[in-house]
Write a protein that binds this ligand. Sequence first.
Ligand code: CDV
Length: 312
Amino acid sequence: MTRHIKVAAAQLGPIQKAEGRQSAVSRMIELLKEADAGGAKLVVFPELALTTFFPRYLIEDPDEIDSWFEREMPSAVTQPLFDQAKQRGIGFYLGYAELDNKNGETKHYNSSIIVAPDGNIVGKYRKVHLPGHKDYEPDYKYQHLEKRYFDVGNLGFPVWRVFGRVMGMCICNDRRWAETYRVMGLQGVEMVLLGYNTPWGNATHDEPMHLKMFHNHLSMQAGAYQNATWVVGTAKAGYEDGNGMIGGSCIIAPTGEIVAQALTEEDELVSYDCDMDLGKYLKQTTYDFERHRRIEHYGIIASQTGATPPPE
Ligand code: CDV
């Protein structure tokens, strides 16, 4: 089994609203070529990587909403990315807006896929923790309408064997939730792939700018360490039509340490040759789940959502 996998986080700079999918795909192909030249075998692209981060806009026309979604994958416009990756024997993670039409029922998901080096889609994930709000809020400084445009993912947090190793996926806001990583940790995950679009501004509250990047890394580093897994987090960064998004794409070791990090808010590739056995010692000691977990005390985690403090 492959002990080392060279993986690349392929950060994308801004995609302006008027920029077509074709241009985004061309930029991804350039990053893929760079990854190949550097010997990477797995490339992680951001959340909603084909378009601007459209949930910042209020869109009311259903046809216009659907125009931001993909009806098939690969589609005509993404096929060249699939072809290039297959030709080079590279696997990849891609985030996109998915329009699913089954049995006459239409659903909209914020999705990601893992594509194996042979070009086949081996896994699909649909975002579970949708942030933001459903209705346009005129008093908010920024709109974040993911709850309006997307249905809650219905696939849970599965893992898949890729390169003979156990890989999982999540998307953006999912990375802030311990449950995301632990559900995959309990399936022996060895590498979590995730893309994100994190605006510098919050819809509902103000906080110092530096906390944005701190919390971004804190949540991914904690998830990595507490489940002894690699985490590859890839941002879409920079200013999309004046709306700033943090970068900070990074590769995190099972020790919780960041081993590679993007320096810009532009298209940028960062890579690292990951020793996939590095997490083993933690999985056999501090995080030997079988020996140390006390599930008899964890019941409320899966049975209630809000916090209920004791009466005053
Ligand atoms: N795309 C996201 O899920 N963004 C959220 C913001 C809204 C907080 C994030 O967790 O980065």
